[in-house]
Design a protein around this ligand. Structure first.
Ligand code: G4P
Length: 530
């Protein structure tokens, strides 16, 4: 195997998705501890001190103590080079969260064992399903009271529509949590609570299911329950099938407690074996082999003002094939411009560092002179193609954007356009020509504050946002249809996006169904194609 191939083969690039508070940060932190990337727990995010994994680039972030932007963490573990694409875990997450999933090869879904599948998990999960990427489930907080294990699995299957295959099985929960049974090795790792918090690991001993000591260890009641559940499980659950896992049709499920470090390393080991190295991506010239010699990447995120002294932008790109070398000449396919990618950066836990080389699977941030848009392709001049675009995700909150000082129209238009280009907000216009009303759509309401803050601070424009009641957006598949000719659209707002695509804003699902019923053959889409 060439050096290039072995570098790419050892890469694993994944996102961790969860509802806020399920334990994503804690789990990430434990992974980093294993990889030696950090030395103490609490260095990724200490809530009390509002420290963040990487970015505290905006006042809003600091004020609210949350991370607006997603970060990428790279570390080595057991011969693997791991890239974790972190997604903001706050309710006010943005389109960036969705886009980050486009850059991942697989996803880890963290679920709080006492809560089960929560709203945000569903949204993020839908994006993973759309891409057919493998999804691994870590059911966390088993050291607390948990819901019935079969119920939890049932809920994942029903709500998320994916089959599950437990790799291990919990014995008790909360104060009675005794450990997990590994279905393959038939061994039980028993859990003994230690003082929680910090980087202390729970004490673990391994016992075979046939070992008489086990009964004593876990107690007769839980032991009998375990045997019963294993029997039930072996008879009723879906068998493990790596092919179905790789197609995103079957989710391997693990149980543990991230806080006490229990089950985390087993999870990581299994997960790394079950996931694949970077996968081929689709382009207008067919599938691109990640092991190919030619470097290529696509932009999945643009972030402005990371450095307050310079109003600069960083474009984050996922390398999809070959090797990147600092200073190499590349073509930005969309503008057909040749350029050198300057100051490529990579994140290592808390720090940013300049990278000299990077490989397929890695993410680098490069200085953006204002030419990149989300979804753009960068490749070597001798081998040009375009990767499939990144879909536009449906915003759920809308507001009318009103400029307060009409003298500053130019800055205002520039600001709104640039911010929209970065993908933090989406802007729409009234469908009827001549109406200059601008409507802003966002995935998370925090983006409204971000927009107002940035227009005031960076572009000197005072604005007012008037919230609108719409919550559902649908693109009209046939873009030649004039929305004004549709039936039953009295309460529906007709707008067009920046690319001129017609779309409709609805107040609720019921309205959508009514419009579909009244207009035979009308096709509406939740994501725009490009
Ligand atoms: P998030 O990134 O998904 O939002 O969750 P995070 O890891 O920040 O965890 C949310 C809370 O749940 C934290 O407590 C964390 O310590 C706790 N937690 C995470 N994993 C486990 C677990 O396995 N067992 C138990 N019992 N708790 C867990 P907090 O009090 O909100 O914050 P902190 O003061 O501990 O930082």
């Amino acid at each position: 195997m060439s050096d290039l191939q072995s570098e790419i083969k050892k890469r694993r690039t994944f996102a961790i998705i969860s509802h806020p508070d399920a334990g994503k940060t804690t789990l990430t932190e434990k992974f980093l501890l294993y990889g030696g990337a950090i030395n103490t727990a609490g260095s990724v995010k200490g809530k009390a001190t509002s420290k963040h994994a990487v970015s505290d680039w905006m006042e809003i972030e600091k004020e609210r103590g949350i991370s607006v932007t997603s970060s990428v963490l790279q570390f080595n573990y057991d011969g693997y080079c791991i890239n974790i694409l972190d997604t903001p875990g706050h309710q006010d997450f943005s389109e960036d969260t969705y886009r980050t999933l486009m850059a991942a090869d697989s996803a880890v879904m963290v679920i709080d064992a006492s809560k089960g599948v929560e709203a945000q998990t569903i949204k993020l999960f839908k994006v993973c399903v759309m891409r057919n990427i493998p999804i691994f489930t870590f059911i966390n907080k088993m050291d607390r009271e948990a819901r019935d294990t079969f119920d939890l699995l049932d809920e994942i299957e029903q709500v998320l529509g994916i089959k599950t295959c437990p790799i291990n099985w919990p014995i008790g929960c909360g104060k009675e949590f005794k450990g997990v049974y590994d279905r393959n090795s038939k061994m039980v790792s028993s859990f003994q609570a230690v003082a929680t918090g910090g980087s202390k690991a729970a004490k673990e001993t391994d016992l075979s299911i046939d070992d008489p000591a086990l009964k004593e260890e876990v107690g007769e009641l839980l032991y009998d329950k375990l045997l019963e559940e294993i029997e039930l499980l072996d008879g009723a659950s879906d068998p493990f099938d790596i092919d179905l896992v790789s197609k995103g049709k079957l989710s391997p499920v693990f149980f543990g407690s991230a806080l006490t470090n229990f089950g985390v390393e087993q999870f990581l080991n299994h997960f790394l074996q079950m996931t694949s190295s970077p996968l081929p991506r689709i382009s207008d010239k067919g599938e691109i082999d990640p092991m190919g010699d030619h470097f290529s990447a696509f932009v999945f995120k643009i972030q402005a003002n990371m450095n307050k002294d310079h109003r600069d932008r960083i474009a984050f790109m996922r390398i999809c094939s070959g090797k990147f070398e600092a200073g190499m000449e590349v073509t930005h396919v969309q503008s057909e411009k040749k350029m050198r990618l300057s100051q490529p950066q990579q994140m290592m836990a808390k720090d940013r560092k300049i990278v000299e080389e990077a490989y397929a699977g890695d993410v680098i941030g490069v200085f953006d002179p204002g030419i990149f848009s989300i979804g753009d392709t960068v490749c070597v001049p001798s081998n040009k193609f375009r990767y499939e675009g990144i879909p536009t995700f449906a915003p759920e909150h809308f507001a009318r954007l009103i400029q307060l000082d009409s003298m500053k129209r130019k800055q205002f238009v520039k600001g709104v356009t640039q911010i929209a280009q970065e993908g933090a907000i989406q802007i729409f216009q009234e469908y009827t020509a001549g109406m200059a009303e601008i409507i802003v759509g966002v995935v998370g309401v925090l983006q409204f504050d971000v927009l107002k803050y940035r227009l005031e601070n960076e572009y000197g424009c005072d604005i007012r946002l008037e919230p609108l009641s719409y919550s559902h957006i649908r693109w009209i598949k046939d873009r030649t249809i004039d929305p004004n000719t549709l039936k039953g659209v009295m309460d529906v707002k007709k707008v067009k996006d920046m690319k001129g695509n017609p779309l409709l804003l609805f107040n609720n699902e019921w309205n959508i169904r009514m419009v579909l019923e009244k207009n035979e053959g009308l096709e509406l889409m939740e994501f725009s194609k490009e």
